[in-house]
Design a protein around this ligand. Structure first.
Ligand code: GLN
Length: 484
């Protein structure tokens, strides 16, 4: 049952081949047996899952078939879930029981989804390896001595090991796509404003976006169909009609124009990674797509611009964690100042503190113009590069990540090296565009991913491109051994 895609499980449920309770129990049992090794879940919500599964079975019996009725989904622990601990991977929120549910999660529940639990992540979604989690690192199921990527590492690793058939994640600079690539699964970051951010704990509000991770592009389309749409509770959530993502999957890619930016294939890129992405594009070429070389000259500035803008926004967003209103409070504070100081020093981990310091510095009087304002100008140049490119091409492709899964600890003491893990994903967030990572093969036994970037609100197009690729290949069907 666990090797099936969500799309297949949905058909099985609707045909009565098995019940949602059986399906849910199957995945809960797999989590019990295998997650000790992977650490992909922070919280498993067994009782709630079984309750939702029973309700789904009743709905199916009554002929009420919605998009996700009876399908078990794992949610990243950044989404508030009413009555359930929502930790964001931090000691700061270890004791935080959310009083309400994030819109993205609520919309999936309304479509009948069953919540299995909350997945592990880098603390406050800051990281590319899942090593900054207060709950310990997640292991990559393809090689448990390696990282799963981050920050949605728990989602991607749990999905790859088939502990959940579908998952949610968030992507501020690559946190859905990079772990999807490192675990051999498909992950989609929608257009900024496509999915509501309400109830999603904020890291960098102008970049954060929620999206699905699945075993196929079709599964991501199914989940996005439920997640996307206007929400009056989030003023940045755009009031645009939601496309028929499922309906668009099968379209032909004959004549599709694929832009291939030279900046995604720099001279120092690992040859195996470059070959892997080129091979994926050749597969689409066989189906009639045309490859068009282009240049996005400003994107070489995306990592430095991001590491000013994201920490600046984070320093502001994270000021709400003061030991008074939410979460962790230090023992026996002497006075108010001591309460703030110690609650924050003890509640946050090292990477989060580094970002708060960098961000506060970049926003301070005297440095604001030199750093923050300049980074915002670079951001505009990056956006303009993409806008120009999308006049000539339909999608843009390249590798998702400059390397496959690295060893646990390999970059833990070298933040700048860690930041480079997102060199191919960050520009997309700065521009607010949608992009997807799809499995495109293996290098020395480890999964590699190829990125497909679309113009604003072209989620349907990039899902379609990935789906056509997946109809011709079986990389997305490979599963790691050892999790029977
Ligand atoms: N790895 C990047 C960072 O640490 C991106 C994280 C994310 O997308 N949430 O900020």
């Amino acid at each position: 049952m666990h090797d099936k895609t969500l799309t297949e499980l949905k058909a099985g449920l609707n045909a009565g081949d098995f019940s949602s309770r059986e399906l849910t129990e199957h995945f809960l049992d797999r989590i019990k047996r295998h997650d000790g090794e992977l650490n992909s879940f922070i919280t498993v919500t067994e009782e709630q899952a079984l309750r939702q599964a029973d309700a789904a079975d009743q709905a199916i019996a009554a002929g009420d078939h919605r998009l996700l009725t009876g399908l078990p989904i794992a949610h990243k622990d950044i989404f508030c879930t009413e009555g359930v601990r929502t930790s964001c991977g931090s000691r700061m929120l270890d004791n935080f029981i959310a009083p309400y549910t994030a819109t993205a999660v609520e919309k999936m529940a309304t479509e009948g989804a069953v919540m299995l639990g909350k997945t592990n992540m880098d603390e406050f979604a800051m990281g590319s390896s899942n090593e900054t989690s207060f709950y310990g690192p997640v292991k990559n199921p393809w090689d448990t001595e390696r990282v799963p990527g981050g920050s949605s590492g728990g989602a991607a690793a749990g999905l790859a090991a088939r502990l959940a058939p579908g998952a949610t994640g968030t992507d501020t600079g690559g946190s859905i796509r990079q772990p999807a690539a490192l675990n051999g699964v498909t992950g989609l970051k929608p257009t900024y404003g496509r999915v509501s951010r309400w109830g999603m704990i904020a890291f960098a509000s102008s970049l954060d976006q929620a999206g699905p991770l699945g075993l196929s592009a079709a599964d991501c389309a199914l989940m996005l169909q439920a997640m996307a749409g206007h929400d009056e509770k989030d003023s940045t959530c755009l009031n645009e009609p939601v496309d028929d993502y499922l309906g668009a999957l099968d379209q032909s890619v004959d004549g599709l124009k694929i832009g291939v930016p030279e900046e995604f294939f720099p001279d120092n890129l690992d040859g195996a990674i470059a070959d892997n992405a080129r091979e994926a594009m050749r597969e689409l070429e066989k189906q009639g797509a045309k490859l068009i070389k282009l240049s996005l000259p400003s994107i070489k500035l995306s990592v430095p611009a991001y590491y000013v803008i994201a920490p600046a926004e984070a320093s502001s967003n994270l000021s709400r964690f003061d030991g008074v209103r939410f979460g962790y409070r230090c023992e026996d504070p002497k006075d108010l100042e001591d309460l703030y100081k110690r609650s924050r020093s003890e509640g946050f981990g090292a990477e989060v503190k580094r970002r708060i310091l960098v961000g506060t510095y970049a926003l301070s009087a005297g440095y604001y113009d030199a750093y923050y304002k300049r980074a915002q100008k670079v951001r505009r140049l990056i956006r303009d590069d993409f806008s120009r490119a999308f006049k000539d091409v339909d999608v843009i492709m390249g590798p998702t990540s400059p390397e496959t899964a690295f060893k646990l600890g390999a970059k833990a003491d070298d933040p700048v090296n860690m930041y480079m893990a997102d060199v191919f994903t960050i520009a997309v967030n700065l521009a607010g565009l949608p992009a997807l990572s799809m499995p495109s093969g293996f290098i020395n036994g480890l999964p590699a991913g190829t990125q497909v970037i679309g113009n604003y609100f072209q989620e349907g197009r990039i899902l379609n491109v990935a789906h056509r690729y997946q109809m011709a290949t079986d990389w997305h069907q490979q599963a790691p051994g050892g999790f029977a």
